[in-house]
Design a protein around this ligand. Sequence first.
Ligand code: GLY
Length: 404
Amino acid sequence: MKRITFLIFFVFLFQACGFYQNKKVSQDKLINTITEQLSYFPEIKDTLNLKTSSRVFPRTLTPSGKLQLVGKRDWTSGFYPGVLWSMYNLTGELKWKEQAELYTSILESEQFNASNHDLGFKMMPSFGEGYKVTKNEKYKDVLIQSAKTLITRFDEKIGCIKSWDHNKDKWDFPVIIDNLMNLELLFWAWKETGDSVFYNIANTHAKTTMKHHFRNDYSSYHVVGYDMETGGVVSKNTHQGYADDSSWARGQAWALYGFTMIYRETKDPIYLTQAENVANYILNIAKLPEDYVPYWDFDVKNIEAEPRDASAAAVIASAFFELSGYSEENSKTYISTANHILTSLSSEKYFNTKGANKGFLLKHSTGSKPKDSEIDVPLIYADYYYLEALLRRSKLNNQTITKN
Ligand code: GLY
């Protein structure tokens, strides 16, 4: 009897090792392909003078196919340093760390930029990821100052951080669903400093967003406008979606990712339920195509003729990997969804190879269809969240292997 048990154990171990080996080989192959593709950012590698040029961060391609570089004030400036930190995490090669440090350092003065809510988007993929790796005290100081700058935009009566100062004719106090992503910086600052001000503002913003941004089916409006006198809601609109009452795909992705992260930081079950409800909307109510890479808006008319948004897919995949760790009941569904998305994004249909599209990893993202801007193009944040999803998957796989 004992011998049979041993035999079964060894067969199981052998199969588990083979399974692990296969996964590792395909992950290694993918990392090689990614490394090769990223080596094609030619303008950056060969001609860029970081000291004299203010536009140094790749964002997308121009309509004529040129690499579009942006300055540090752009909301996407943190994602290229973030891609470089991810590459260091995936490969352990020092060249990525050196580049990541260089590009991160260019963003330093953004810690004082209070002109919008984008501090989390800019500083967490750059200084935040860099701090995890290096424990560099300077990075810590920059992040704490960034959090202090972000909370200057908080309004007590409304219970939210103001997202934008533009379009004053339309909104006095706009809050966009994307703003949830910036709260991660505040939770980080609370944990590092012990100052509950950061926690309370992030938590209040999350609660206000939960109350006003969602419809009964847990799809989200893009922009909620508040009255600064009364603190009440005056409008619910879109800025980048198809219609005020439609579901802009990346907005739903920010909501899923945002509440998953907020649950991680607070452990308050109301946020887990919220994330699960948004997940249910995306999986069972929204019209995801077969490859799970959404069209740019879930409710746009003649949807099959519309462009996709690979950036929304990448954010959703990354969020589902994390949420699978908190939601026992739905864990398998979330993992298989995230895997399905990554398989699609890593396929020829979505993945650039041999230097196509100037070295960006993913094709077919959409920035702002209503503004006729960045339609069906590569976007740096799609690449960032794609790499984050790959990292999260490999962590998850390693844990499963060691747990068994
Ligand atoms: N936060 C801007 C966007 O998602 O396009």
